[in-house]
Design a protein around this ligand. Structure first.
Ligand SMILES: [Zn+2]
Length: 303
């Protein structure tokens, strides 16, 4: 069983301007990394095709709203309802993560989260660096309170992005420490483990019980680099807090890297990550955090 918790769903040209994706993925092979080289398929068809090809069982798909930080409101925007359309392609293969841009209209953002909670979205993604806000800004507090009210997971981008209009000062994991102090009960996945500040991020996650990390786009760095950090993470934070996610650009290399982790350990001459812990990383933690229906999961007596 494999669940990929970090996939952006949206069409180029409609939801994501072409120039924006080109800039974002310029280090990673450009547009084909977004549409999988299959521009004629719908997003749902393409993601299902990709899952079947790679042996992925489910994807947690997400939206974003970066309109406000570009001239004439022309930044990327995928409405949350669009994900319902994508999910219809294969309802048992997708879990849904909505998104809001809190400073754009805080009141509307709250209403949107209420609506998404009713429609079965399990999580909400925030993008402090892309949307130019500090996660500790008091304007964001009502969003956190709303997520706690609905017991929705927060997935939050902390760390680097190749996107130029994304200030690095809002990428630092320590910014989330004040948030965790105020809302320790909020279940949270910190995306990209705050790379390159992953040590700071591990310190944060070890400190707060309800913080977790995904390591989306890390397949870029190669198996040896990633393996060493994941081992360090396991020692400090435990593997109940680590969730596999790939990022669209790294969906295929991510799976290849994770399947080769045992071999990487042998080459390095160190203990591999135990099978039980690999299962937690590859699907069990995501299934728990996104509240994925037990009927869809292995080992369920009703399955
Ligand atoms: Zn991402």
């Amino acid at each position: 069983m494999i669940i990929d918790c970090h996939i952006h769903a949206g069409e180029i040209g409609k939801h994501y301007p072409k120039w924006w994706v080109e800039e974002l993925y310029r280090s990673w092979g450009g547009i084909p990394q977004w549409d999988g080289g299959r521009p004629n398929m719908t997003v749902g068809e393409r993601l299902v095709h990709q899952m079947d090809e790679l042996g992925i069982d489910m994807m947690c798909i997400m939206t974003s709203d970066h309109r406000r930080v570009y001239a004439d409101d022309k930044g990327p925007f995928t409405p949350n309802e669009y994900l319902l359309e994508v999910r219809d392609t294969a309802p048992e293969r997708f879990a849904l993560t909505c998104s809001v841009d809190p400073p754009r209209d805080p009141y509307e953002a709250i209403q949107e989260i209420d609506k998404c909670a009713k429609e079965g979205f399990a999580a909400c993604k925030l993008y402090p660096t892309y949307d130019h806000f500090d996660p500790g800004d008091e304007r964001i507090f009502p969003i956190y309170e709303k997520l706690i009210e609905h017991d929705m997971l927060l997935q939050i981008h902390m760390g680097w992005t190749p996107c130029q209009n994304a200030p690095m000062k809002y990428q630092m994991p320590y910014l989330f420490d004040d948030v965790a102090l105020r809302y320790p009960e909020m279940r949270t996945v910190i995306s990209h483990m705050g790379w390159p500040n992953y040590e700071e991020c591990m310190a944060l996650i070890a400190k707060w019980e309800n913080l977790h990390a995904d390591f989306a786009y890390w397949a870029w760095f190669g198996p040896e680099y990633v393996f060493k950090i994941l081992k360090q993470f396991g020692r400090l934070c435990g593997y109940d807090k680590l969730v596999y996610g790939s990022e669209n650009s790294h969906t295929a290399p991510g799976i290849e890297m994770m399947k080769g982790m045992g071999e990487t350990a042998r080459e390095l001459g160190v203990e591999p990550i135990a099978d039980g812990d690999m299962e937690k990383i590859m699907w069990k933690n995501a299934a728990r955090l996104w509240k994925i229906d037990g009927k869809l999961l292995p080992g369920d007596p009703d399955a």
